[in-house]
Design a protein around this ligand. Structure first.
Ligand code: BES
Ligand code: MN
Ligand code: ZN
Length: 500
């Protein structure tokens, strides 16, 4: 999708010559001096054809005095980002006309139109994405170009550039998470990471079984044992900040297929375990977005990736393995494999002397039970980090919710045969999983995002969501602003946004 921003005041709307125009109308919109558009809004409001309140629409065909033949008026209530997103999604659904190649979205009736830019872009991207890797015929993207009409281009430029990077990142994460396991092996993930490594300021390093064995990652190796596909340990570095400045480390769970191993899962819906690399996909997507936006911050992305398969060589319930940290683990359930690959990656992360470590994982079914598909489960040992992640989620409309980490939750992990077991009881399963991970982080601020409920949708519209790329990108942008007040990226100033 080709996005651009242009100055388009409400009074100029009638001159817009695109295939369709979607006008976002806040309840407070005034029509005084608003030209043809003002007259139209006044008329439809007075006659009750466009009531106030979010979610109300009116489709106008060849409206008087307008160049465009298809015009949709969409109420956005108070004009919040959430309402903008909903209105654009619903408006696009109304504009399914054939031959709709160029769409204009008029934001300039909104008080804070720059805040609406990103929400509108995300809604367009969500509505027009289609998975193509193994179904290229699904690509029915007729819509080619979307122009966002704003009051002043300069005021919206930053939001536009962030939005564009966010769309790139989310789409990459979706496409890779959607790929079936035979088209998204650990080696395939390493290839994407290597490709991203050719972009500006990114470097990628990939370790295989030999190097991982030498590092002593016994927990990761135990999970990978049952699979014929070789494991990959991917390390990406984005150097946008000063040389010595401590990086944020992102660790993504990259189980490309989770059968459960010897503790095998039931057959129903097992296909969805191809999405068990959603954490890894979100790290790859975030790096694609960083490459696009070039913010001034250092970020390391770590992806431990393998399949979890049952086999003659597979790890067995009761086996005890030694993690890279030296702590021993009794593998009571081979289906609790995510924490086993993540714990070694968390130990490895310490070598970057990070300012914080955030892991992202489709970790527990229990988190789906707790929070459903609306909010990602968020855990943190540090209140500041927890607050920052929560705020980034609200800002980017990619929500999370903090869950507790009281030490008593770790009681069930005690083992008579090792330093810990890899599972506790059924109760509080998302939290006990987080407590397991916490045993592998030192004093470094650590955050854990359990995206089991949010990384993909089940049912008829089955597919990856690209979450939480938006949250992560927002968090990193906010961090870069703290590090370099007032300067998100070097490039923002110089970017040419199309004709104003
Ligand atoms: N990948 C799953 C978690 C999962 C399950 C995500 C369902 C989304 C939907 C994870 O590896 C797993 O199997 N977790 C187990 C842990 C249990 C054995 C303690 C679970 O949640 O059942
Ligand atoms: Mn599992
Ligand atoms: Zn899993």
């Amino acid at each position: 999708m080709d996005f651009e921003i242009k100055q388009f005041l409400p009074a100029d709307a009638a001159q817009w010559s695109v295939d369709a125009v979607l006008v976002l109308v806040p309840d407070t919109a005034s029509w005084e001096g608003g030209g043809e558009l003002g007259a139209l809004i006044k008329a439809v409001t007075e006659r009750g054809d466009l009531e106030q309140g979010a979610g109300k629409f009116l489709f106008c065909y060849r409206p008087d005095g307008f160049k465009v033949s298809r015009l949709v008026l969409a109420r956005v209530g108070d004009g919040s980002a959430l309402q903008v997103r909903k209105a654009v999604a619903a408006g696009l659904a109304q504009l399914k006309a054939p031959g709709l190649k160029k769409l204009g979205i008029l934001l300039s009736l909104l008080d804070k139109d720059s805040e609406a830019v990103r929400a509108a872009m995300m809604a367009v991207a969500d509505a027009t994405y289609s998975y193509v890797t193994t179904k290229p015929t699904a690509q029915s993207r007729v819509l080619r170009q979307v122009t966002l009409g704003v009051k002043a281009v300069a005021a919206s430029r930053e939001a536009f550039l962030i939005g564009r990077a966010q769309v790139v990142g989310v789409e990459l994460a979706k496409e890779w998470a959607n790929r079936p396991a035979n088209h998204a092996t650990p080696s395939h993930l390493a290839d994407v990471a290597r490709k991203l490594g050719h972009k500006s300021r990114i470097k990628t390093e990939v370790l295989g079984p030999k190097a991982v064995t030498a590092l002593g990652m016994g927990a990761f190796l135990a999970v990978a044992r049952g699979s014929a596909e070789p494991l990959r340990f991917i390390v990406m570095r984005y150097q946008g900040g000063a040389k010595g400045s401590a990086p944020v480390v992102l660790v993504g769970k990259g189980i490309t297929f989770d059968t459960g191993g010897i503790s095998i899962k039931p057959a129903a819906e097992m296909d969805e375990m191809k999405f068990d690399m959603g954490g890894a996909a979100s790290v790859l997507g975030t790096f694609a977005a960083l490459a696009e936006l070039q913010p001034q911050i250092n970020v390391v992305g770590i992806i431990p990736s393998c399949e979890n398969m049952p086999d003659g060589l597979a790890v067995k319930p009761g086996d005890v393995v030694t993690s890279m940290s030296g702590q021993t683990i009794e593998v009571l359930n081979t289906d609790a494999e995510g924490r086993l690959i993540l714990c070694d990656a968390l130990t490895y992360a310490a070598r970057f002397k990070p300012r914080c470590v955030i892991d992202i994982a489709t970790l527990t079914g229990a988190c789906v039970v707790a929070l459903g598909a609306v909010r990602t489960g968020m855990f943190s040992s540090h209140n500041d980090l927890a607050d920052a992640l929560q705020a980034a989620g609200e800002e980017a409309q990619d929500l999370c919710w903090r869950l507790p980490l009281d030490d008593e939750y770790a009681d069930g992990l005690k083992s008579g045969f090792a330093d810990m077991g890899n599972v506790a009881g059924r109760a509080g399963g998302a939290i006990t999983a987080a407590k397991f991970l916490q045993k592998f982080v030192s004093d470094t601020p650590w955050g854990h995002l359990d995206i089991a409920g949010t990384a993909w949708k089940s049912g008829a519209a089955k597919g990856a969501t690209g979450r939480p790329v938006s949250l992560l990108l927002q968090y990193l942008i906010n961090e870069s602003k703290i590090a370099q007040p007032g300067r998100v990226t070097k490039s923002l100033r110089n970017v040419v946004v199309r004709a104003e």
